[in-house]
Ligand binder design. Structure first.
Ligand code: ASP
Length: 311
């Protein structure tokens, strides 16, 4: 089977000056994941490698450089999900982990449960060999500055150098046909301590079922949860495609994967009036994406093996 890979770096109002940094982050994430997949490596290794590149890049809202909560601390969430078994590993409220996706993977592989939070998740990670850092090590100067403005004024994209940085996600299929989806996020700026968004919740931010496809979402978590967006998108892949936004003047020429992605985002807007986006692979590995924000950072490997990145 031909491997496939798609990544995202968040759907928000990304300003012109941040476009190149977001594109380059997505490109490097694709390179990290694709080198594993083309050598016959696993989809799980590929999404972990891709997400770690994005977590380490402070232009994205994951790992180092994540948004701060009201207390001025980073609290990260992450998940991986296996489309073959429907098993996931998820962690939320991490304050002392540089690469939260590694904790999600450890939970996926070594824990009888599927989700651990806060101190318990960190203790589990440490016992499995993941080094914990100081909470301050995750705080970038830029986010500290943004936080002090958002806290005393009102939250505004302008405080974040003109944009709200994005959650990161990846979906991969390897040569053996294994399908995995994943997300890592610092959540929303000035969130209440303890707040968990859609990202680490199975079916909300992330879902994978090898019978249909795998999805990773981004956007306003409280709205994404309402429509269980990732599972909704996967279920749309099971049905014959119906184009929600086609008109007689502009008939639908999108792929089934893109139509399902568009339909899920359309539902988000219709039922919650919120904005967001998602990436997906259908069960054959065809990529799809959609967003109703001004921009989304994303990248995928085209059929000819070229990397396509866009913001
Ligand atoms: N969905 C994330 C959350 O609400 C934020 C994002 O996608 O940027 O935590």
């Amino acid at each position: 089977m031909k491997p496939s890979l798609i990544v995202h770096g968040g759907a928000w109002d990304i300003p012109n000056e941040a476009v190149e940094a977001c594109k380059s982050g997505c490109h490097r994430a694709l390179a990290a994941g694709w080198s594993i997949l083309t050598r016959g490596g696993s989809a799980l290794d590929a999404i972990e490698a891709a997400i770690m590149v994005l977590e380490d890049d402070p232009v994205f809202d994951a790992g180092y450089g994540s948004h701060l909560n009201l207390d001025g601390r980073v609290e990260c969430d992450a998940i991986v999900m296996n489309g073959a078994t429907l098993r996931a590993g998820a962690a939320a409220g991490l304050q002392r982990v540089k690469n939260p996706i590694q904790v999600a993977r450890k939970i996926f592989e070594n824990c009888p449960h599927m989700m651990l939070v806060a101190e318990g998740a960190e203790r589990f990670a440490k016992e499995r060999g993941i080094q914990l850092c100081k909470p301050e090590d995750l705080v970038s100067e830029a986010e500290r500055e943004a936080w002090s403005k958002c806290k005393t004024d009102k939250h505004a994209a302008a405080h974040h150098r003109g944009h709200e940085q994005g959650t990161v996600g990846a979906v991969a299929m390897d040569r053996a046909g294994n399908l995995f989806a994943a997300i890592s996020t610092g959540g929303t700026c000035c969130k209440a301590p303890g707040r968990v968004g859609d990202s680490p919740l199975i079916g909300c931010g992330c879902y994978a079922d090898s019978e249909a496809g795998g999805v990773s979402c981004t956007g306003y978590g409280e709205a994404i949860m309402k429509i269980v967006m990732a599972k909704t998108a996967v279920d749309l892949l099971r049905q014959p495609a119906t184009c929600v936004d086609a008109s007689p003047a502009a008939p639908c020429d999108a792929s089934t994967a893109n139509i399902a992605a568009r339909e899920a985002v359309h539902l988000l807007a219709k039922r919650t009036h919120a904005t967001g986006g998602l990436i997906l692979l259908d069960r054959e590995g065809n990529p799809g994406f959609a967003f109703n924000t001004p921009r989304m950072a994303y990248g995928y490997v085209a059929l000819d093996g070229n990397f396509v990145t866009a913001v």
